[in-house]
Design a protein around this ligand. Sequence first.
Ligand code: V47
Length: 377
Amino acid sequence: MSPPIRPASFPPPLQKLAAKVRDGERLDEADALACFTTPHLLHLGRLADHVRRRMHGDLAYYNINRHINPTNVCVYTYDCKFCGFAALPGEDHAWEMSHEEVYAHAARQGGDRVTEFHIVGGLHPELPLEWYLEMLRGLKERFPSVHLKAFTAIEIGWFARREKMSIEQVLVALRAAGLGSLPGGGAEIFDEEVRAVICGGKLDSAEWLEVHRIAHGLGIRSNCTMLYGHVEKPEHKVDHLLRLRRLQDETGGFNAFIPLAYHPENNYLGLRYHTTGSEDLRHLAAARLVLDSIPHVKAYWVMITPKLAQVALSFGADDVDGTVVEETIYHMAGAETEQHLERSELERIIRAAGFVPVQRDTLYNPLAPAAAAAVAG
Ligand code: V47
């Protein structure tokens, strides 16, 4: 339980916002802007923590997952200026796994029993949709109980273009091959002017939202993200969160929001700085407060470090992602965190932060019996 909110004890610019949080009222655009501009980070965090505890009590979720990146070859290598992962065909750091290599990667699970494969990659110019369908079928055959959370909206849009199919046809085919849900990547910042600077040329924001709308309509759930810490301004982030909230109001299909901190290494954007801890906490808190209809806010430990992910659990986040096993995208962009955390370590950091760890599946069903009882009771 969180102690009651007393708006009068908040700095005057946050009192109206505090009253809305106390009363469970939706925040408007001006409130959302205040979340990104107030200097009172601890007060903002206190409000986000109140909402987080109202929704999830003292439970904190994690899963046992494995990332698989079948290829980093990408037709948008020079369009997505912030990306340190992509490569052109034939470049030294380009890779393309065979199906057998994907299955071998999947089998190396780091000791814990994996419940999710998180599969994303570059937009390969040569690989047909059938190659991906075969990969999903092969994974399902070998690992029938593992949920396949695969392909960002950017990849789905690319498959549709390449194959001259509709988004719906692509999603239906992927689902028939074993796709369980979509990860949230590729959203970056929806504002078209910012997008033109950081990733002009790739799938536009309306199309990103449309892919998720269609997926939700088919009963395929998904996550959503926002890339921050580059050239964007507070109003762009407000616009981004409100566009996500509107879609969630329409479909209810998002499971979790993950704010993604920009990492500056090995890319063409020409920015030097990593985000600071205060910025990371602010984005998590703002998300929890504004995205009232999205159930979960994830503090992705790979990106912000396990230590800050612990603090984030008191700033609105209720999930730390999973064991991951082998992270590539952030490590190629300069992340210095581990590539893998064991389940015992995830549980230890959650407990040490004062929360009760709950192992979940991709769709947030609690898995371990003790955890299920905690959620039920
Ligand atoms: O789509 C790429 C971003 C995303 C950089 O859905 C970068 O559960 C920062 O989406 N600095 C991939 N960000 C990661 C992602 C994700 C991660 C964890 C969980 C989930 C989920 C999704 O990372 C990309 C892009 O938006 N990205 N390069 C960079 N230099």
